[in-house]
Design a protein around this ligand. Structure first.
Ligand code: SF4
Length: 417
């Protein structure tokens, strides 16, 4: 939209006239990070117009407006009207604050990224109707709402006309796809079936999906699909049923185990990523060990570990059993080590097998990188002809650095975590 109006995208350091800073409320210290970036922006370009958008802007608009150098703050509903609301981006004495109540963020705004030749993130759903005790996302993003399958197919066909080979489906609670104007109109599985038919897109990847919403139907379909890749990212958050209940999650560990079994039975080579939170109130040493042992036994490929931190206006901040920060950090470290072990084991299990790598553009120390369909990251000697190409490779061995080497008829690659 900016480009259509004659604006040009430049790098942060290239003296921009306008900065649009997107903030996150999931990240720790969002306020400090925001202040730091505003300061850097003003140093680079003192007369620039600075706009703050994103979840933190919705949650704390007044607080952000007081940061020195901020010209405008736009909430969840307003950010999509950035160009029109900040017409001309003329500086005024007062900071503009345009953040209405979150209930007003009820329209779905479709979007997909366009500045990467290889991969596009296609938003299909926004908001969340769940109320996990630790989470501010429903307050920052509003109720669950989705695009229609018809519109998404239109976007997918548009993407298919470009060079992009992989589409990542994104949303806040993607498994809850299909609600429009407060009513369920479609299902996530129908979206998956429909997208699988779109010619010209080689790969679809499903981003994080709640375990209770990942149905057998979807798992079975992915196992047969040529386009949906064998990779799931499923938040667990805790392996202790006591903690899962306190968190207000909508499943118990038995259901999670069942999902992993189902996936691995149908697709033994499938990559499974897990989100887990350590240090939630009430997580005693014993309950943490329940999580650790559960994950240790489970056939998963890597973990994303989050250290619990208090967030205003959540139920969790009122709970007893606060875990000391030192303990939270120790637990986080234990799970990060476990994650590395899991990843290595996953690589080992896949040695000798043949996969397809989609090579990306970035060059790092003379090497290029790409992911296999089951999310193994491969590095190869830079070859411009391989950029944005799908190549068949065989994973051969793990080298002394813990990386996996792979071969393709004429080329030797190495893969690492
Ligand atoms: S399902 Fe996810 S987004 Fe929704 S409240 Fe729970 S953690 Fe937050």
């Amino acid at each position: 939209m900016f480009e259509a109006k004659g604006y040009q995208k430049v790098e942060f350091e290239q003296n921009p006239d306008i900065f649009i800073i997107n903030t996150c409320s999931v990240t720790d210290n969002a306020d400090k990070k925001c202040k730091k970036i505003v300061k850097e922006a003003k140093k680079i370009s003192p007369n620039s117009y600075v706009t703050i958008i994103g979840c933190y802007a919705q949650l704390k608009p007044q607080e952000i407006s007081e940061i020195e150098g901020v010209d405008a703050v736009l909430g969840a509903a307003e950010k999509f009207r950035l160009l029109e609301l900040l017409d001309g981006f003329a500086k005024t004495q007062e900071t503009k604050v345009l953040a209405s109540e979150i209930q007003e963020a009820n329209i779905f705004n479709n979007a997909f990224s366009i500045h990467d030749r290889t991969r596009t993130f296609l938003k299909v759903q926004d908001g969340c109707n769940y109320g996990c005790a630790f989470c501010t996302i429903p307050l920052a993003r509003g109720k669950s709402r989705s695009d229609s399958i018809e519109n998404i197919l239109k976007s997918a066909r548009e993407i298919a006309q470009t060079e992009v080979k992989e589409v990542v489906l994104t949303g806040v609670n993607i498994g809850d796809f299909g609600i429009r104007e407060g009513k369920r109109q479609e299902r996530f599985s129908d979206l998956v079936f429909a997208l699988d038919e779109v010619e010209g897109i080689e790969r679809f990847r499903i981003s994080s999906i709640e375990p209770n919403l990942l149905t057998n139907e979807v798992i079975e379909f992915v196992s047969r699909s040529r386009r949906f890749v064998p990779h799931f990212h499923i938040p667990l958050q805790s392996g202790s049923n006591t903690i899962l209940r306190a968190m207000g999650r909508r499943y118990l560990r038995e259901l999670y185990e069942d999902r992993v079994d189902k996936i691995k039975t149908l697709m033994p080579h499938c990559c499974i990523g897990v989100d887990v939170i350590v240090g939630f109130p009430g997580e005693t040493d014993e309950l943490f060990l329940e999580t650790y042992n559960f994950l240790n036994e489970l056939d998963i490929s890597y973990l994303h570990v989050f250290t619990y931190s208090e967030r205003a206006n959540t139920r969790a901040v009122e709970m007893d059993g606060i875990v000391p920060i030192k303990k939270r950090n120790e637990r986080s470290k234990m799970l990060r080590i476990l994650s590395e072990k899991k990843r290595r084991k996953f690589y080992e299990e896949n040695l000798g097998k043949t996969f397809t790598v989609l090579f990306e553009e970035d060059v790092e120390d003379g090497k290029m990188h790409g992911f296999t369909e089951n999310y193994i990251r491969v590095a190869a000697k830079y070859d411009p002809l391989l950029v944005n190409e799908l190549k068949t490779v065989t994973l051969t061995s793990i080298n002394e650095k813990g990386n996996v080497e792979v071969v393709e008829p004429e080329l030797v690659y190495e893969s690492h975590t």
